[in-house]
Ligand binder design. Structure first.
Ligand code: ADP
Ligand code: MG
Length: 147
C-alpha cells in the first residue's frame, strides 16, 4: 500500500479504509501533514472501516480519544503538546496499547518518546495539499513490524 492522489475527502477516507483492513492490534499509524491536509479525515475513514460508529474528530481537551470498533482504537493529536519532554512519559502508554490500533496526528512531537512494549509503528502516512480538494498521500510501511 503506497498511497496516491485523492480528489476529495471521501476519496481520502476510502484510501484510509483500504489501509485499515491491513491493521492489527498493537499497530500504530503515524499521520503527518500540515493543518488542513486531511489527517483527521484519513483517521475517520480508517476508524469507520474498523467499525467505529461514533463521530471521529480531533481530541480537543486531551491528547487522545478512545473508540470502540472491532478492536479498541486510539486517536491521538499531539499538536498542543509543545514538548513531550515536559509531560509524564506514561501519557502515551495509556493510548498506544497492544490490544488497540492507534492513529497519531502530529507524531513529530513525540519523536523522542519510547514506544510501549508490544506496540509497533506499522505505517507512516503523509498528506500534502495538491491544490483545491486534491491531496498527495504517501503511505510508508513501518520498520518495526514483525512478520
Ligand atoms: P487535519 O487533521 O490535517 O488538520 P482535517 O482532516 O481536519 O485536516 O481537514 C481537512 C479538510 O480538507 C476537511 O474539511 C476536508 O473535507 C477537506 N478536504 C478537501 N479535499 C480533501 C481531500 N482530498 N482529502 C482530505 N480532506 C480534504
Ligand atoms: Mg486533525
Amino acid at each position: 500500500m503506497t498511497g496516491g492522489r485523492t480528489e476529495s475527502a471521501a476519496e481520502t477516507e476510502a484510501m484510509a479504509a483500504r489501509l485499515a483492513r491491513e491493521l492489527r492490534p498493537g499497530d500504530v499509524v503515524l499521520v503527518s501533514g500540515e493543518l488542513g491536509a486531511g489527517k483527521t479525515t484519513f483517521v475517520r475513514g480508517a476508524c469507520h472501516e474498523l467499525g467505529v460508529r461514533s463521530g471521529v474528530s480531533s481530541p480537543t481537551f486531551t491528547i487522545g480519544r478512545r473508540y470502540e470498533g472491532q478492536v479498541p482504537i486510539s486517536h491521538l493529536d499531539l499538536y498542543r503538546l509543545a514538548d513531550l519532554g515536559d509531560e509524564d512519559p506514561a501519557l502515551l502508554d495509556d493510548y498506544l496499547r497492544p490490544d488497540s490500533i492507534s492513529f497519531v496526528e502530529w507524531p513529530e512531537i513525540a519523536r523522542a518518546a519510547p514506544l510501549p512494549e508490544r506496540v509497533r509503528i506499522s505505517h507512516h502516512v503523509t498528506l500534502r495539499h495538491a491544490g483545491d480538494d486534491a491531496r498527495e498521500i504517501e503511505i510508508e510501511a513501518g520498520s518495526g513490524r514483525p512478520e
